[in-house]
Design a protein around this ligand. Structure first.
Ligand SMILES: [Zn+2]
Length: 419
């Protein structure tokens, strides 16, 4: 990685620079979504911090005519690091075998748990690093990662330790979430495992690397009362609460999650009108995962309705070896635009500032405004092209903290540096 001596950077003549309607907004919802601006011009930063106005001169000058300049993507829901893949299961699902049947036969989360247990630390870290490289090339400058494939006390602590070690080896900003209730481990019932989770909280907090707890609320996993209990553990530990809810079965999880103080309700594929009404003005993110819905042929979250109601809409990959082996935010943007009918501005807000809020990082990153960290992407085409040229990656350069940590091959000479 090198931008030798580039303490200051100036991007000149951009076709579009995406900015929020006002500085200091924690999120973009309702009227603020449409009020984002896409004005051409210059953008600069010094020492990794975005400047008030354009720089008159800079150590690194880059002409970007016809390009869009947007905040780095924040992928607030991934299941990295994990071990191996489950392409065989996808083939089964394509042939019509339901996920519940695959899970009952030892597949699904349990298959990934076995793979994680069998893999060495180095194998797990190497696979995750390869994925982080792909994510960076697709514009992801910040991502969250969940445990959940440990399926034992020792396994979960190991997964969280691996996440902390992995975080040190990638240029992106990462956050670690303890998904301590993902599937009910063998030898336990849900209540017994939740008791175990309570017992292990001291060890989880002692790691010092975990910022949130998470739970999968589903008939094949944990109940809404377990969700309330997980909320109490998060509060007691000073951690955020993230939740997997309303993915396959309508269980009424959203009101319980809100009462439990959840920072986000993720999936929402079968969310009800009542859920939408509750989320309309809640300080809780509605994290939609269209890749999981598309690849799983699941129900479709009411994305358009949520956005129109004023909910805090967020998009993420759900990158995991089972239901969404997808790491590209441009692909997710394309899916969300088509499946939910979101506009380019709405999709971008959903994976930048709104996703940063979901992780508690909105004060320092997630939007292009003076004083924020220069996590910035140069796209080789207008923002409207991300969804339109579906599946194509438009990222030419990705800056993290002002440094060009990814430079596409055909841009190396223009930039004068190689990532
Ligand atoms: Zn997930």
């Amino acid at each position: 990685m090198s931008a030798p001596g580039a303490r200051s950077v100036a991007l000149r003549g951009a076709g579009q620079i995406l900015r929020p309607p006002r500085v200091g907004l924690p999120w973009l919802r309702g009227a603020d979504l449409a009020a984002q601006t896409l004005t051409g011009g210059d953008l600069g930063w010094s020492d990794g911090v975005l400047s008030e106005g354009p720089l008159r001169s800079a150590d690194l000058e880059l002409d970007v005519p016809g390009c869009a300049v947007v905040p780095g993507f924040v992928d607030c829901h991934t299941h990295l690091p994990f071990a191996g893949w489950r392409a065989d299961e996808y083939a089964q699902r394509l042939a019509g075998v339901p996920y519940n049947e695959i899970a009952a036969g030892g597949g699904g989360i349990r298959a990934s748990a076995r793979a994680l247990a069998a893999a060495s630390d180095q194998q797990v870290l190497a696979q995750a690093r390869d994925m982080a490289v792909e994510m960076l090339a697709a514009g992801t400058t910040t991502f969250e990662m969940k445990s959940g494939y440990g399926l034992s006390r020792e396994g979960e602590i190991r997964a969280l330790r691996l996440a902390a070690e992995f975080a040190l080896s990638v240029p992106q900003t990462t956050l670690s979430t303890a998904l301590l209730a993902h599937a009910v481990p063998d030898g336990y019932d849900a209540a017994g495992w939740m008791h175990e989770v309570g017992e292990m909280m001291g060890e989880v907090l002692d790691l010092g690397s975990v910022s949130a707890l998470d739970i999968f609320v589903e008939t094949i996993a944990f109940s809404v009362s377990d969700l309330a209990a997980m909320g109490a553990l998060a509060r007691a530990g000073g951690l955020m609460l993230r939740t997997h809810v309303e993915q396959f079965e309508r269980l009424g999880s959203v009101p319980v999650a809100l009462t439990a103080g959840a920072r986000s309700v993720d999936h929402l594929s079968v969310a009800s009108d009542d859920d939408v009404a509750l989320l309309a003005d809640a300080a809780c993110a509605a994290v939609l995962l269209p890749a999981a819905e598309f690849l799983g042929a699941e129900h479709r979250a009411p994305g358009r309705v949520l956005a129109d109601a004023g909910a805090l809409v967020v998009l993420a990959t759900d990158a995991n070896p089972g239901t969404a082996p997808v790491v590209s935010m441009p692909v997710v943007i394309g899916l969300a635009a088509r499946l939910y009918g979101l506009s380019p501005m709405e999709t971008l807000a959903a994976c930048t500032l709104n996703a940063a809020w979901t992780l508690g990082l909105e004060a320092t990153l997630g939007s292009i405004e003076p004083g924020k960290r220069a996590d910035v992407l140069v796209l080789d085409s207008p923002v409207e092209s991300i969804a339109y040229r579906f599946g194509r990656n438009p990222v030419a350069v990705a800056f993290v903290g002002g440094d060009p940590v990814y430079v596409r091959d055909d841009w190396v000479d223009r930039l004068g540096v190689r990532s």
